[in-house]
Every structure is written in C-alpha cells, then in structure tokens.
Design a protein around this ligand. Structure first.
Ligand SMILES: [Zn+2]
Length: 388
C-alpha cells in the first residue's frame, strides 16, 4: 500500500519536474517566430521546425504568433553554437564557496596591480614593457561621466597605464532585445542589464588608467547599479540612436558605429570589446569564454588579447580561491559582430545565466566589479605587451 503510494508520489514528482523543465513564454507585441526564438537564445534555423511542431494548433495565418498565447520552447541543444575547443580543459571540482570572494568593496585595480606577483614578461614572449611614455600633462586628475550614474559619475585618474589605448565597449543586446532571461527569486533577470552594468564598471576602470573609452550601448537612466536585481528597461541606445529590432540591422548598427569611430581615432592600440552573459542548460556551470576574432588581419592580436585575458582570470582565481581551478577557454568564433568589426576585437561570455552557481558571479555587485577589475588587468597587460 505504502509502496504504491510512494511510487505514485515519485511519478507525480517526475511529471512535475519535466513539465516545469520545459521553458514557455508569451510573445511580445508584433513578435514573429524568428524574433521570439532569438530572444530565447535559440538560433531560429535550428529550432524553427521543432518549435512549430511543439506548438501545433497555436498559430495564426502563416504561423503567426498569437498574443497572450503561451508557447513551449524547444530545449536548447547542448553546445549547439559552440565551436570545438581544441584543448578542452578537464572538469574541475568546484568548491562550494562564493564564486568570487568579496574583497571589501573590491579594491580598485591599482591595488590589485600592486599585489600582483606575476611578472608581466611571463605572460608573453613579446618583450616586456620597460619605460613609460612621457606623461601627458593632464590638467585635471578627475573625470566625469554621467552615464555612470550619480554615485559613480565622478572618478579619479589614477595613472596613465592605458594612455594611448582606445576602447570601444559594446554590451550585448539592449533596446528591444533583452538577450537571455533567467528567472531568479521570482524575478526576470535580463542579460542586457547585467552586461551593461559590467561594461560600465569596466569603462570606469579603463578611464581611471587614462584610456580613451567609447561606450557604444548606452542607457541614460541606468548608471552603475549596486544591488542584486537590476530593473529591466528597453531604453538603451547605440550612442543615442534607436536600436532596431531586426537582428542583422541591430548588430550592423553597432559595428558601423565602432568602425566609424575607429577610423577617426588616432590611437594605434584600439580594441573593441563585446560583453555577454549566456544562456545554457541550468546544470552547466561555466567559466568565462573568451572568443577571438578569426580574420587574418586581426587574428594574432586578438588571440594574444584573449589568451592574456584567460591567464589573468586564471591567476586571479588562483589568488582568490586557491585550488578552485579555472576552465575558461579561448577559441575563435565566427560571429557577425566580430567578423565585421575593423579594430581588433574580443568577445566575452561571462557566465551561464541559468546556472545557480554562475548566478553569484553576476547577481552580486561585488562580483560584477571583480569581473570588470580582472578584465581591466587583462587589458593593461595586453597593452604593455603590444608596445615595441
Ligand atoms: Zn548575449
């Protein structure tokens, strides 16, 4: 009797689990199947037929989505759009500790540099940077960027480590496209908001070291935001221009912007930076993925940057969480944004938004700051290595 009952409960649990595991959503106003699938990180070519099959009988004319109807999403195929990584790292035991420890308000990057016990020359076969360029006489050591929001708009220029370096920072998605979505504590967290917050923190750090920084995707309402849950908005622009809904046009807009600014910039060292989070299966804990630009004229420099970045993250983790290990990878990726961008580029995926462990990496503001600090270190090292 009790055995039968237990079985029954077990079956119920399974049924509930599988029903729950299936992702569903309602379309937005005017959204078609393709846009709907892309918004849920499902490359439409691969998922279109599955989607139509799964939702038979729920469409209007020509498979139009009906407003208010809940559609079932086909499960995301593991690593469907991942290139093969040649040196797949071993799976490491990850200790159950906070992903990146909160060091009291994350010290500014300069402090991190001071404590950095790694010799820069170990990072690259290219010659170490020995002597600094003559210091440009900066009239003021203070800077102001209203996009950072009230609390962070004022910043201090700490040194000129990145003097002569120019960065185009493009946070993923924005405007009508929120990117990946994670449901946490009953809230909907959007990729574009978290990518934007991390990008702003990175921008501020780079400015503090004397770099020239262009913030390509902007939201005049959202500065750098502390706290776990970032409100969603669709007000992001591409430096003031409305972001189109169409994916091809949307990506073209930001690469065009970067390319035109790049042609006007005098700096020899220019880097375009694309920052994303990611959405994969819930179980998959990820370390950071660094993608380099696989086109002949930029490959060498882009690969060096991605490698330097990966090593920087590895040694930061080792310092902060000895024994944790780091399995972040460097690989090429043939994405429209990096293919069409003229300056040397890097594309980073910082976490799997769906994974409970990864969530700490982006939900805690200290960790968003740590990610920005580590990226800054990576850029400083790469810039040093780039100099003759
Ligand atoms: Zn993304």
């Amino acid at each position: 009797m009790s055995f039968t009952r237990n079985c029954f409960i077990l079956v119920c649990l399974f049924v509930t689990f599988f029903t729950y595991a299936q992702e569903r959503d309602k379309p937005r106003n005017g959204e078609g199947v393709h846009a709907f699938l892309r918004r849920h990180n499902r490359d439409d070519n691969q998922y279109y037929q599955k989607f139509i099959k799964l939702n038979k009988g729920k469409f209007g004319k020509k498979n139009a989505l009906l407003s208010g109807v809940v559609y079932v999403l086909p499960p995301i195929a593991e690593d469907s759009n991942k290139p093969k990584v040649s040196n797949v790292p071993k799976v490491l035991e990850i200790p159950d500790v906070q992903d990146i420890p909160d060091e009291q308000n994350m010290p500014d990057v300069r402090n991190e540099l001071d404590t950095l016990d790694i010799n820069v020359s170990e990072l690259s076969e290219e010659p170490d940077y020995v002597e600094q360029q003559p210091v440009k006489n900066k009239k003021s050591k203070a800077g102001y960027q209203p996009l950072f929001g009230q609390k962070y708009a004022d910043y201090t220029i700490l040194d000129n480590e990145l003097d002569g370096a120019c960065f185009f920072l493009s946070s993923g998605h924005g405007g009508p496209d929120c990117g990946a979505i994670a449901k946490v504590d009953g809230r909907e967290l959007h990729e574009d908001e978290y990518a934007y917050d991390i990008t702003l923190r990175l921008a501020r750090n780079l400015l503090q070291h004397g770099a020239t920084v262009y913030i390509i995707i902007q939201d005049s309402n959202d500065g750098i935001r502390d706290g776990k849950y970032l409100n969603n908005s669709r007000k992001e622009t591409c430096m003031g221009a409305k972001i189109p809904l169409n994916q091809v046009a949307r990506l073209q807009q930001r690469t065009d912007k970067i390319n035109s600014l790049s042609r006007k910039s005098k700096e020899k060292y220019q880097r375009a930076v694309f920052i994303h989070l990611d959405s994969r299966s819930k179980k998959k804990q990820l370390d950071v993925f660094f993608y380099y630009q696989d086109k002949p004229e930029n490959r060498k420099k882009s690969l060096r940057l991605a490698e330097t970045m990966r090593r920087t993250f590895e040694d930061r983790y080792e310092k902060n969480q000895p024994g944790r290990g780091f399995s972040g990878t460097v690989s090429p990726r043939n994405l429209a944004v990096i293919r069409n961008t003229e300056p040397v580029s890097i594309f980073m995926e910082l976490a799997n938004m769906q994974n409970t462990f990864d969530q700490r990496r982006y939900i805690l503001d200290n960790n968003r700051q740590a990610l920005a600090n580590w990226m800054t270190l990576g850029f400083i090292r790469d810039y040093r290595n780039s100099r003759p």
